[in-house]
Design a protein around this ligand. Structure first.
Ligand SMILES: Cc1cc2nc3c(=O)[nH]c(=O)nc-3n(C[C@H](O)[C@H](O)[C@H](O)COP(=O)(O)OP(=O)(O)OC[C@H]3O[C@@H](n4cnc5c(N)ncnc54)[C@H](O)[C@@H]3O)c2cc1C
Length: 504
């Protein structure tokens, strides 16, 4: 049956990168098979972007929801575990700090631990705040165990994964196909719109094959074929705040012990990533082309490798920002087709997950609705903006002296971020808005980690005798260090539970 009486909604997912396959898997999982048919079109000839190897803990929730067995997933994707990100040379050269997936422990006398740390920091020497982060206690020792293997405060953290992007796409494809998603191979050359409604009615593939649908999910990557090209939804360019617009990526052979964290090292015109996988290391240099040539960027990337270079470097160009709207008519864009923020906090796959979940939430009947589209767009825009602000916060108070860093240190900030930083500066608290991905502990770890110390802390922290606070903090610090010392080495944990070699 065709037309409005048809009971099954035909979802067409255009594109088979991480965005396409995650979206297809989520739709197939949540939508009853008799209410939805899901077709995914992708072109092997065009391929996928093939970067995107570090994640945030939300991925574990998706895996659990989709019934993915963690050891199988990690082994199949050459994966490793990630407790957070080590930042090197951010704020100023020589600085090191860690953004772990966890907080700094329970409140003391009703106040967050960092308030007490700020008080003690004023009066005398105190170890870096990161010493009260369980992820860092484990990460700095190259150790890993899941929180369920730990006890008390040592169990209060979460974790994410690093994986091989190409293997991940294949893994997702097998999963989604097993859930009933039908894959069509071919290059989309046209998207036809209905003359009356303006809705997209079908895609035409190279060779003439036609794919009809009711809802089209645009996962065509930076091409944004449906939302951007066909519907002409404009792109909001955020380069005034995020000047990096290029990346060079290269794999190198594995060197030394497996670190259970991503490393992000600030460089004169950007920063480099280091992502440890079981058999190799992923490296990349994200930079601002206004301040550095491609050749120089590649040279800096190759100079800093800690293993043997395994391939020619790949160059990628991007414009930081987002589409004005994500859902227009019967098209919803997910992934790079919807927007892109530099991968400093590994948030792109998270945005794919939340975008796809939002489709299920706001399109339950499979019929486009203006009010639901508006709500989808409102929430998604906020989510992008919150992450944007968090990433800008890594740059905007830097004391580095190279031209890029001087420029970002004096730029006008988005109002939402300027307000946050003003409150932080006045009292050491971070006001959180609707749809924040990063909670206060994450902001605190970035701000204090970079040496952005507020003028004042909460005066209630002064109520406790200083010696008592020192004792509590020292006991906690020792407890975390000892707990981390009892964890297995990250390498060993992987070799025992999810070795990629066992799968080969
Ligand atoms: C330098 C860099 C580093 C990154 N690092 C991270 C990270 O560490 N963590 C993270 O979460 N994210 C990261 N990302 C983002 C991440 O790579 C993407 O969000 C993720 O891979 C999803 O990409 P995608 O599926 O939207 O696009 P793509 O992978 O580009 O997929 C697009 C799909 O559309 C298909 N397609 C396009 N045009 C057509 C057509 N005409 N016909 C048919 N099919 C078509 C392609 O074949 C492909 O299947 C990074 C991105 C960049 C640029």
């Amino acid at each position: 049956m065709n037309g409005p009486d048809r009971k099954t909604t035909r979802y067409v997912v255009a594109g088979g990168g991480s965005a396409g396959w995650i979206t297809a898997a989520i739709l197939a999982h949540f939508l009853p098979p008799d209410a939805a048919s899901i077709i995914l079109v992708e072109s092997e000839e065009i391929g996928i972007i093939g970067v995107g190897e570090a994640t945030v803990p939300l991925l574990g929730q998706l895996n659990a929801l989709l019934g993915i067995h963690e050891p199988d997933f990690v082994a199949a994707t050459n994966g490793t575990f990630k407790l957070g990100i080590e930042f090197v040379d951010w704020g100023e050269k020589g600085n090191r700090h860690f953004h772990g997936f966890g907080d700094f422990g329970e409140d003391i006398d009703g106040l967050a631990p960092h308030q007490h740390w700020l008080r003690l920091n004023k009066t005398g020497a105190i170890p870096p705040l990161g010493e009260w982060s369980m992820p860092w206690a484990a990460g700095r020792r190259d150790r890993f165990a899941p929180p369920q293997a730990m006890k008390g405060e040592a169990a209060q953290f979460s974790y994410a994964y690093h994986f091989d992007a190409a293997l991940y796409a294949g893994f997702l494809r097998r999963l989604a196909e097993a859930k009933g998603v039908k894959r069509v191979e071919g290059r989309i050359i046209d998207a036809e719109r209905d003359g009356e409604t303006g809705l997209v009615s079908h895609l035409t593939l190279d060779g003439g094959h036609r794919i009809d649908g009711d809802i089209f999910v645009d996962c065509t990557g930076f091409a944004s074929l449906l939302l951007g090209k066909t519907l002409g939804v404009p792109y909001r360019d955020w380069s005034e705040w995020l000047p990096c617009d290029r990346a060079a990526a290269v794999p190198s052979s594995r060197a030394g012990r497996l670190t259970p964290f991503t490393r992000a090292t600030a460089l004169p015109a950007g920063w480099r990533w280091r992502i440890p996988l079981q058999s190799r290391t992923g490296n990349g240099h994200v930079y601002a082309s206004r301040f550095l040539s491609d050749d120089e960027a590649v040279a800096q990337l190759l100079t800093g490798l800690d293993g043997e270079q395994l391939a020619e470097p790949r160059l990628l160009r991007f414009t930081p920002g987002r589409r004005d709207r994500f859902w227009e008519g019967n098209v919803i864009a997910i992934g790079l087709a919807a927007g892109f923020l530099e991968p400093l906090e590994s948030t792109a796959i998270q945005l794919i997950q939340t975008g796809a979940a939002r489709i299920v939430e706001y399109l339950p009947s499979g019929r486009p609705d203006a009010a639901l589209a508006a709500e989808y767009n409102r929430q998604t825009a906020l989510e992008y903006e919150r992450i944007r602000d968090f990433i800008i916060a890594h740059y905007c108070r830097s004391r580095r002296t190279e031209p890029l860093w001087r420029e970002v240190a004096t730029m006008d900030l988005p109002e939402t971020l300027a307000h946050k930083l003003a409150v932080w500066s006045a009292c050491g608290r971070v006001p959180l808005y609707e749809l924040e991905s990063h909670q206060e502990a994450s902001w605190v770890s970035i701000l204090i980690g970079q040496g952005i110390i507020p003028n004042s802390h909460n005066p209630r922290a002064d109520a406790l005798p200083e010696s008592k606070v020192r004792t509590i903090l020292e006991q906690r610090r020792m407890f975390l260090a000892q707990a981390a010392g009892r964890m297995p080495a990250h390498d060993y944990f992987i070799s025992r539970t999810c070795s990629a070699r066992e799968m080969a």
